[in-house]
Design a protein around this ligand. Structure first.
Ligand code: 5AD
Ligand code: SF4
Length: 470
């Protein structure tokens, strides 16, 4: 049965009306009220936070970079692993002291963590200074929930206040971007894959795609404003447009026709439907970075099956071979989970073998973390010491591979998008290559946000060093 529509339909006009109410309330304040947004987790959350901040600024709040003088704190949480939730809860715990100094402080906890009932209960009982919760599919309801909290002075921590069961795609939200040269563009929301370890489909809801025209308008505007590194975001971008006459490869090809000097990236792609068509579009593209993040998760077929991933090593290697054939300079990165329930020593060794076969440029490795409500959490778990040992061995193997992938770059001149001064030395700047590798070089402040050419003279596993070429 389809879920009942519990929240009233919140159309654009109603949203604008709530925004106006909060704006007027803020206009009456003796001092400008301030907003602080704290983000945990993935790029999708970063993109969401830019919308939270955009809406808050539109409603009359001024951004602040410290929670201590804020009147509105928004904590955008992640639920992917236990550690991420613990970190968010610990930070929220610290806001008790901020609330003690400012009794009018409003604290909203948003994002993936609060879509889980047991976490909402915990916030309700143990964190009495938290005002409201808002799930990811309800982000556009911030003006209404905020206004209700202001007016009623009540706490709004219920399933109804948190989740928009209609799971519609909301457009027209103000965005306050964190950078003026690197931008995130969400193209679809949610996930239907239900990998057996993953909480995302439960907390971000079903897949839904934005309209192609809206996405293209947004990217075109970003390019005209000078953005140089644009990443299309979705939990599973390959599902873009499913059930319509368009698909992700078509969308990418169309965006690629936009005139300008910029890199176009996307994440995340699922190996089960990373098609040759998509790889062809990348290889023939003008702006599409030759970089592919393709999460493998495990190199063992039985583990992939237990994970509900719907591909095997043969399928995965076919994509890798095709990518390298069409784009010899492609950078391939991946995610691996160690210690999935039931993973044997032999199966883990198959993952090590997969690493040696594929030779990833970069790897994000994770220790399996049981997530309440997912099938894998109910299975017999691998002991923590075994998980830790496998994690260390995985890192050691990958370090060697990453180094051997980076060393041949010494002597090459790479195009780098400059980010700014590196930590620790004011004359050393850092930037990213098309393959998203970090490069350090002696630079000047006018380079920030611009492309520069750097001749590489030193390579380590996690970074490259070089000199600016005129
Ligand atoms: N435990 C550990 N890692 C996880 N990931 C997703 N769920 C879990 C979990 N329960 C990892 C996957 C995914 C990345 C974003 O996070 O590797 O690709
Ligand atoms: Fe999680 Fe799998 Fe969906 Fe990725 S594809 S968000 S790992 S369920």
């Amino acid at each position: 049965m389809a879920k009942q529509l519990i929240m009233p339909p919140d159309d654009l006009a109603a949203r604008l009306d709530y925004m106006r109410k909060v704006r007027m309330w803020n206009a009456d304040a003796l001092e400008t009220r301030k907003v602080y947004v704290q983000t945990f987790g993935c790029q999708q959350n970063e993109a969401d936070s830019e919308k939270y901040l955009g809406m808050a600024v539109d409603m009359g709040y001024e951004p602040t970079d410290t929670p201590d003088n804020a009147d509105l704190i928004i904590v955008n949480t992640c639920a992917i692993r236990e550690h991420a939730e613990k970190k968010a809860l610990s930070i929220i715990g610290q806001y008790k002291h901020v609330k003690a100094k400012n009794k009018d402080l409003i604290i909203g906890v948003c994002g993936c963590m609060v879509a889980q009932e047991h976490r909402r209960e915990e916030l309700k009982m143990k964190y009495p200074y938290v005002t409201f919760t808002l799930g990811t599919a309800s982000l556009h309801h911030l003006p209404r929930v905020l206004w209700e909290a202001i007016e009623s002075k009540k706490r709004l921590i219920t399933a109804d206040s948190t989740e928009d069961f209609t799971e519609t795609v909301a457009e027209g939200m103000p965005v306050r971007r964190g950078s003026d040269y690197r931008a995130w563009v969400s193209i679809m929301y949610g996930c239907n894959n239900f990998c057996s370890y993953c909480i995302v489909p439960y907390v971000r809801g079903r897949e839904r795609s934005r309209d192609k025209a809206d996405i293209i308008t947004e990217v075109r505007k970003l390019v005209s404003e000078g953005y140089k590194d644009i990443t299309l975001l979705g939990q599973n971008v390959n599902s873009y447009g499913k059930g319509t006459d368009t698909d992700f490869a078509d969308l990418l090809a169309e965006i690629d026709t936009i005139e300008g000097d910029f890199w176009l990236r996307f994440m995340t792609s699922h190996p089960k439907d990373a098609s040759h068509k998509l790889i062809d579009v990348m290889a023939n593209g003008k702006h599409i970075a030759h970089q592919f993040h393709l999460p493998l998760q495990s190199g063992s077929d039985p583990v992939l099956k237990a994970m509900n991933r719907h591909y095997d090593m043969e399928r995965y290697m076919d994509s890798v071979r095709y990518m390298r054939e069409k784009m010899p300079d492609v950078t391939i990165t991946s995610d691996i989970i160690v210690g999935f329930p039931g993973e044997t020593e032999e199966q883990f060794e198959e993952t090590l073998k997969a690493l040696a076969d594929v030779r990833f440029d970069m790897l994000y490795s994770f220790i399996y973390s049981p997530r309440k409500g997912t099938p894998a959490a109910e299975k017999e778990q691998v002991p923590d010491v075994v998980k830790g040992n496998r994690f260390d061995r995985l890192l050691a193997a990958q370090n060697e591979i990453a180094l051997s992938k980076n060393q041949p770059l010494v002597g090459a001149t790479l195009r780098v998008l400059c980010d700014g001064v590196s930590k620790g030395d004011e004359s050393v700047y850092s930037g990213r290559t098309e393959g998203n590798k970090i490069v350090f070089f002696k630079g000047t402040s006018d380079m920030i946000g611009n492309f520069v050419n750097v001749e590489i003279n030193k390579a380590e596993a996690f970074a490259l060093w070089g000199d600016i070429q005129k």
